[in-house]
Design a binder for this molecule. Structure first.
Ligand SMILES: Nc1ncnc2c1ncn2[C@@H]1O[C@H](COP(=O)(O)OP(=O)(O)OP(=O)(O)O)[C@@H](O)[C@H]1O
Length: 258
């Protein structure tokens, strides 16, 4: 097994305020496979991703990539391990504001001896004509393409994506998901992607459902959908509809009690 997440436990706070966020989470991901972590807000998805990415620490359990376990390493080896194995894509891009697209991606290349070819990657990302712009001159989708480039240029074994389309409209979201799918197929990258969107999960090889810090189910996705065929608008429409309904009900209540 390529990526092995074994019995992860994590709590925040002390004494009476102690709150267990992850209660023994285990799953595996094969090389070149995409796993989606699906679950409601507060179920522990981002905490888990941050632990796998070495951004946060765990209380119990272990994370292994290709039989290397980060918990057994010195700080120096841990940094080298992160550089070699991990790329991170966040919802809010986190680009360096005064560097161009090309320079932002190049930052990732300096972290690896085995990096991908920058010119080829700029073409794969569809960013060739924007390469000399700085982030404030880009659309949200172009900024997210740049952040995917920065994460992937070092040719990591594992790409971690935390709600990568959370700040984007449905058309741009689809383009970004198509790009993530293309990267996975071209470079055989393993991907763990966090989302609360059931429709996005349909593109995964494996769907892992989390609830209250526990794994509720792990399913191989036999009816996998290509990113280009995902129906994202339905979810957004339902979300907008529920939001409007909530506002209407609140207004009725306010009228009633005022
Ligand atoms: N640094 C922290 N200190 C204390 N509690 C935290 C910390 N980080 C997360 N939590 C708590 O852990 C729980 C899980 O948070 P997490 O962000 O992992 O959930 P999530 O499933 O990613 O939610 P969302 O979809 O809303 O981002 C939440 O109740 C949150 O308040």
């Amino acid at each position: 097994m390529f990526i092995s997440i074994d019995n992860i436990e994590k709590s925040y706070g002390e004494g009476e305020n102690r709150f267990q966020v992850l209660k023994g989470v285990s799953f595996q991901v094969e090389k070149g496979e995409m796993a989606v972590l699906l679950g409601p807000s507060g179920s522990g998805k981002s905490t888990l991703l941050n632990i796998i990415g070495g951004i946060d620490t765990l209380d119990n359990g272990r994370v292994g990539i290709d039989n290397e376990y980060i918990e057994n390493m010195s700080e120096k080896d841990r940094i080298a391990y992160r550089r070699k194995n991990l790329g991170y894509v966040f919802q809010n891009y986190n680009l360096i504001p005064n560097l161009t697209v090309r320079e932002n991606i190049e930052v990732g290349a300096y972290l690896s001896k085995n990096h991908l070819d920058l010119e080829e990657l700029l073409s794969v990302l569809g960013l060739k004509k924007h390469e000399n712009k700085i982030p404030s001159q880009l659309s949200g989708g172009q900024q997210q393409r740049t952040s995917i480039g920065r994460a992937i240029i070092k040719n990591p074994n594992l790409l971690l994506c935390d709600e990568p389309t959370g700040a984007l409209d449905s058309d741009t979201s689809k383009q970004i998901l198509e790009l993530i799918e293309k990267v996975k197929e071209k470079y055989n990258t393993s991907i763990i992607m966090v989302t609360h969107n059931e429709n996005i999960a349909k593109m995964a090889d494996t769907i892992i459902r989390l609830k209250d810090g526990e794994v509720k189910s792990i399913n191989k996705n036999v009816n996998k959908v290509k990113a280009s065929d995902l129906e994202l608008w339905k979810t957004l429409y339902l979300k907008d509809y529920l939001e409007n309904l909530k506002k209407i009900l609140l207004n009725i209540l306010l009228c009633f009690y005022s």
